[in-house]
Design a protein around this ligand. Structure first.
Ligand SMILES: [Fe+2]
Ligand SMILES: [Fe+2]
Length: 475
């Protein structure tokens, strides 16, 4: 079905035929716009930004480019096309037709899953709100804003489900999405990583590489859900998510490339000498990586979790690419290895696969992350430098799961708190690292085709436009 872009709320869910729902969402809309103007990109409301907007959910229509002022972006409700005769693919209801409405017994569980996912979307907009002031180029500024408007749309996607299927509780949850704020001490966002600051562009690229990819894995497992509207909305969100991870992967890669270029050209290796040349030393990049990787792993929840088992058995949240896995999709006797600290060692423990679904999703995520880090390392290889980035041990710097409360080094040794603390700033960014990185980003680079000294230009522009295209007009 095509999207009605003229409607006050663009949608492909026949919103006009459900007046009550339409009125409820239209009542939420001004609150959303108010939130966007208050906590969305700082000082950027009048800019004309070369953005893509979805005009249909098929491959031709979802990326339509043109200049838009962000507050006029057509945020709407877009579900992927329904799959004919779709059946539940796992758990106790396996093989039954998917649900078009919410089974009463799963109502509160589903609400919690939707609220938890939905809360991350406006959180990342809040975390990124000041970055536009220090962008390294118009190309990057445009990409930041594209990610921001789409995270806003992801909030719409979840708010639609709350309004459409959860009655009054859903409306209250939708309001609360705009009342919690990232880092707010009274009303923080639900998940830890979404209350961290994103204070500079290296953090931003790391966030979109690591944390948006957690989003991908969560959305992919919710796309398997027996609740069909949730599955369909997640499937469409995943198409947008790919661009966010692209921004992160290429962003970090360009930072590394620029550093490698400067190191080889000037024959320097010591981090202080590298910094003296105005680029980010590879050691600092490693510490940023360690931080973002570890706080993102926490988003997968406890390694062994009866909640995860219940979501699965009930048919609410599947595994990553559930339908492509060849097993019984019930997992009554299967086991899965998880890891925990025993004395001074990390030991493997095989537990029922049903309870280890968080750990499994996390491991699937880690495999994809490893491939991305290997691609980053090709920059060093090509430059003939011996340096390599590595992922720290899964137990390093964890606040949730089996390693919480333990002091694990990046190499995976179990340390005392003292020993760990002595090395903390070898492993995680120090205040001085943040200060240095931010010192490189004191203002925005706005000349078309120009890039800040600390980052290489991308390989190509957006939508086949040249690098010196005017991606943002400031007016
Ligand atoms: Fe999102
Ligand atoms: Fe995202």
């Amino acid at each position: 079905m095509s999207i009605d872009l003229q409607a006050r709320i663009p949608n492909n869910v026949n919103l006009g035929e459900d007046r009550r729902l339409q009125r409820a969402l239209e009542a939420w809309q001004p609150n959303y716009i108010h939130w966007w103007k208050e906590l969305g990109p700082e000082g950027a409301m009048s800019f004309d930004v070369y953005l893509r907007t979805a005009i249909s959910v098929d491959t031709n229509g979802w990326a339509n480019f043109g200049y838009v002022k962000m507050p006029d972006y057509r945020w709407g409700i877009f579900l992927a096309e329904p799959e004919a005769d779709r059946r539940i693919g796992f758990g106790d209801h396996m093989g039954e037709p998917v649900w078009q409405d919410i089974p009463g017994e799963h109502r509160s569980t589903l609400r919690r899953l939707i609220v938890t996912q939905g809360d991350t979307e406006p959180a990342s907009v809040e975390q990124q709100r000041l970055l536009g002031l220090t962008c390294p180029s118009l190309y990057d500024l445009r990409n930041l804003f594209q990610v921001n408007v789409e995270e806003g749309r992801h909030l719409w996607a979840m708010v639609y489900l709350l309004h459409a299927y959860f009655g009054r509780d859903g409306r209250e949850e939708a309001e609360a999405m705009l009342e919690r704020h990232s880092g707010d001490s009274d009303k923080p966002r639900i998940l830890g990583a979404f209350n961290e600051k994103t204070p500079d562009w290296l953090s931003y690229y790391m966030f979109t590489f690591f944390t948006d990819r957690d989003g991908k894995y969560q959305l992919a497992s919710l796309a398997e859900s027996g609740f069909d509207p949730l599955s369909r909305t997640c499937r469409f969100m995943l198409t947008e998510e790919a661009h966010h991870m692209f921004v992160g992967e290429t962003g970090v890669s360009r930072v590394i490339q620029r550093t490698c270029d400067v190191m080889t050209k000037n024959k320097v290796d010591d981090p202080a000498d590298v910094r003296a040349l105005g680029v980010i030393d590879l050691e600092t990049i490693q510490r940023y990586l360690n931080f973002h990787y570890s706080v993102t792993l926490d988003l997968f929840g406890g390694d062994a979790s009866s909640n995860a088992a219940n979501y699965y058995t009930a048919g609410l949240k599947g595994r990553y690419e559930e339908t492509k896995i060849e097993d019984d999709h019930l997992l009554p006797d299967a086991e899965y290895p998880i890891f925990e600290v025993s004395g001074e060692k990390i030991v493997r423990k095989d537990v029922p696969a049903l309870t280890a679904l968080n750990a499994r999703l996390c491991d699937d995520y880690i495999h994809e992350i490893e491939a991305g880090v290997a691609r980053w390392n090709r920059n060093m290889e090509r430059a003939g430098l011996p340096h390599r980035l590595t992922l720290p041990h899964k137990g390093f710097h964890r606040a949730i799961g089996n390693f919480a409360g333990h002091f694990i080094s990046p190499a995976g040794e179990v340390l005392t708190e003292d020993a760990w603390k002595r090395n903390e700033h070898l492993w995680l960014p120090s205040p001085a690292d943040y200060a240095y990185v931010q010192s490189l980003m004191s203002g925005r680079v706005v000349e078309t085709g120009k890039f800040a000294n600390w980052i290489a230009p991308p390989v190509r522009g957006v939508n086949r436009m040249p690098l010196n295209f005017e991606y943002v007009r400031f007016n």
